[in-house]
Design a protein around this ligand. Sequence first.
Ligand SMILES: *Cc1c(COP(=O)(O)O)cnc(C)c1O
Length: 385
Amino acid sequence: MTKGNFPVDKLKGIETPFYYYDMDLLKKTLKIVKEETKKYGFIQHYAIKANANRRILELIASEGFGADCVSGNEVKVAVNAGFPASKIVFAGVGKTDKEINLALDLNIFCFNVESLPELEIINELANKKGKLARVALRINPNVDAHTHEYITTGLNENKFGFAMAHLDEVMEKLKSLKSVKLIGIHFHIGSQIEDVQVFGPLCKRVNELQTYFEEKEVKLEHINLGGGLGIDYENPDACPVPDFAAYFALFNENLKLGDGQIAHFELGRSIVAQSGVLVTRATYVKHGENKTFVIVDAGMTDLIRPALYQAYHKIENVSSGLPLAKYDVVGPICESSDVFAKGCELNETRRGDMLILRSAGAYGEIMASQYNCRELPKPYYSDKI
Ligand SMILES: *Cc1c(COP(=O)(O)O)cnc(C)c1O
């Protein structure tokens, strides 16, 4: 979907703001991910937190993907949308007893465990149910993802995973925990990683850790590399589908897998981001002292990424073919950070024009809030309008 073929006429009767999803692009993206993972026998668990829309989840589940969840409710939502529990992994530093019990009852594939106390609680709760919980240790590899500090997760200073220095202690502890079974190791170093070369040092660290476990004569069947592949927010038309071929080829080249070992991935953003746009209308065009503001009816409550981490979303006026002009595009929320773009070039904009914020399919709708007592934006789908 580009500005050129965005179906303005079909959507013009719908109250803004809303999300619009290009289901053909999503299908195409899923097909490419499937082809590229199949080449190497890799397994894909879609990261539910990027977009948990029922129709999107149903489509992804029907294509045979597993799910990566970070809360008990995500596990529930995944199962309800058709992901088999046997393909669900569950990460998160703060899993509560309720969430762990739910996942045990559903018999999910694996808990990605992030601390010693969590490991002990999973063992205790599994024991009470007479179950054996499959676990993978989430290890903090201390690899810099070179991304925004709010979305880097694999450095020693971050809260996620076991520190490598504590592994001896963990392995010792595991010997006494009879209701958990160690089946693998897990990593996730950050999100919106644009330079795939960053994953090279991750592979190197994983290979080193593999040697560590071999020396301890611990067999690991599953190596989970997490997600994090970035997308091109600047050029959504030129790069509607991220370069999955290069991403998976890099892992295939750099990762040393043992006999029978399977690599798992948990991509979220790169699968859904380009398929979604936030659709809004200009409520007012306001002339300030030395700039012009386009005040739109969408705000940070509908798409928080710009306010939260200065994220860039390309904005286009799909109603206007007038010459370009410079605007600050802002929302109506009573917060100074409610700004979508500063000094943004748009076709000359009038009140009522429809604007689209591109690449909003990931971490968009799912992060919407009702601050200022606003309504949540609704989703619309290209195959159902
Ligand atoms: C968020 C998250 C992902 C997905 O990250 P993307 O950048 O959206 O690909 C994968 N695994 C874990 C554990 C996560 O928390």
